[in-house]
Design a protein around this ligand. Structure first.
Ligand SMILES: Cc1cc2nc3c(=O)[nH]c(=O)nc-3n(C[C@H](O)[C@H](O)[C@H](O)COP(=O)(O)O)c2cc1C
Ligand SMILES: [Fe+2]
Ligand SMILES: [Fe+2]
Length: 398
């Protein structure tokens, strides 16, 4: 049964929940699922803004048709070509052959690559408009948030921002769809996990986009994932501003890789010393246990990062390598870094971590703390110094 969900008089929410998929982009675990949001404006002209992932709702087109009550669909606005939103585009064009696809010049190259579609295109430039009758849409190009063709659509009539992935979140919409119908505590961490792993690499471009939209009155934010913001849109704008400025909270993530427990002991030791120094948010993770996306989420949140690895065949432990590669991949910035390690032959783990420090350009708060085998009192001074230096940096504020 379809019960239409109105955002305003002529604007409908047409999103779906995906509780089945295990890995988003075949990589990011979805313990709380994900929502793909699509929006329909039924005006003198009708326009759909983004579609959904193709595997989720077999009746998606039926739902659109039900909302249109026999009218045709005039426009499909493609804010973003990633298949979690453009997935139903081909089926939609087959169902509505006269449908005009609205995008920018970068959109159409990807469109052709995915669907072979080259007809019925309306190319818009930055600031371009589309008149639907009562609603007047304006397009703002926001390249690289997080694909090159990304744009947002601003409904000047009702001050609604259709923001593509920006302001999006993992997590399904379980009954509540609008920000005033949900408990945001459920979403905040998943929103940051989405941001840090998927969009965060392009934080500079997010800042550019936010600057571009500054001064534009936004009453409602309709993202392609997660809740619709109609009561407190400034909250999510402020969060995105904070995250994209790489601003973080005064806490420390201690992430370690350990085969037989010696490096883990060191992690616990350093964490205890941090607590004694007054650091209150300390999160210790075994990188072999916690998926890297959750590690990145916590690392994005906190100012301090301490990495510890056992040595492994003249390298750091491969699971720590994975975290370091991901941190380099997302261009991690503005963290205070500490390194420790345990080894038996040549200290390769901490040497490799040092190479990561250089590659990432993150400043080391103290010399590397390295010990052979287990941590003993005679070797503790370097670990103490690391904790004290880190606490000092953290408590010094952002
Ligand atoms: C497969 C394997 C490879 C290792 N490679 C090195 C190495 O390249 N350099 C080194 O100093 N120690 C190496 N070690 C020794 C461990 O890094 C060392 O014993 C360390 O204390 C183990 O820490 P853990 O108890 O946290 O796993 C290796 C051990 C194993 C099992
Ligand atoms: Fe995307
Ligand atoms: Fe997306």
């Amino acid at each position: 049964m379809i019960s239409p969900i109105k955002i305003t008089d002529r604007v409908y929410y047409l999103g779906v929940n995906d509780r089945r998929k295990h890995l988003f982009e075949n990589m990011w675990p979805l313990p709380q699922g994900v929502a793909y949001n699509s929006y329909l404006i039924v005006d003198e002209k009708t326009a759909l803004i983004d579609t959904i992932e193709c595997t989720v709702a077999a009746d998606y087109i039926e739902r659109i048709a039900a909302h249109l009550k026999g009218r045709k669909l005039d426009y499909l606005v493609v804010n973003h070509m990633e298949p979690d939103h453009a997935g139903m585009l081909g089926a939609l064009v087959a169902y509505y052959p006269e449908l005009k696809i609205v995008g920018n010049n970068k959109t159409f190259k990807i469109l052709e690559g995915f669907f072979g579609i080259t007809d019925n295109l309306i190319e818009v430039t930055d600031g371009g408009t589309l008149d639907l009758g009562h609603h007047k849409l304006q397009f703002v190009l926001t390249p690289w948030v997080h694909w090159p063709e990304t744009m947002v659509t601003y409904d000047t009539t009702e001050q609604i921002l259709f923001s593509a992935d920006a302001f999006g979140s993992f997590g399904t919409l379980d009954g509540g769809i609008f920000d005033d119908e949900i408990n945001f505590d459920f979403y905040e961490s998943e929103m940051r996990r989405y941001y840090s792993n998927i969009v965060g690499k392009y934080s500079g471009m997010v800042q550019k986009a936010l600057t571009k939209l500054k001064g534009t009155p936004v009453r409602i934010i309709c993202s392609t994932h997660g809740p619709i913001w109609r009561s407190e849109s400034s909250k999510v704008i402020n969060l995105y501003d904070k995250w994209s400025r790489h601003e973080s909270d005064p806490g420390v993530v201690v992430a370690f890789a350990s085969m037989y427990g010696h490096t883990e002991q060191m992690a616990d030791y350093v964490a205890r010393r941090l607590a004694e120094q007054g650091v209150r948010d300390i999160r210790v993770f075994d990188v072999s246990k916690t998926h890297v996306s959750f590690l990145i989420n916590e690392i994005w949140k906190y100012k301090g990062l301490i990495l510890g690895s056992c040595a492994y065949n003249s390298e750091m432990h491969p699971m720590m390598s994975q975290l370091c590669n991901e941190l380099l991949h997302i261009s991690i910035k503005n963290k205070e870094l500490g390194i420790f390690g345990s080894s038996s032959w040549n200290g390769a783990g901490s040497k490799a971590l040092q190479a990561f420090a250089e590659a990432s350009k993150l400043p080391l708060v103290a010399p590397v703390a390295e010990a052979q085998g287990k941590l003993t009192p005679d070797k503790a001074a370097a670990y103490d110094a690391l904790a004290v230096a880190m606490a000092g940096k953290i408590q010094g504020g952002n």
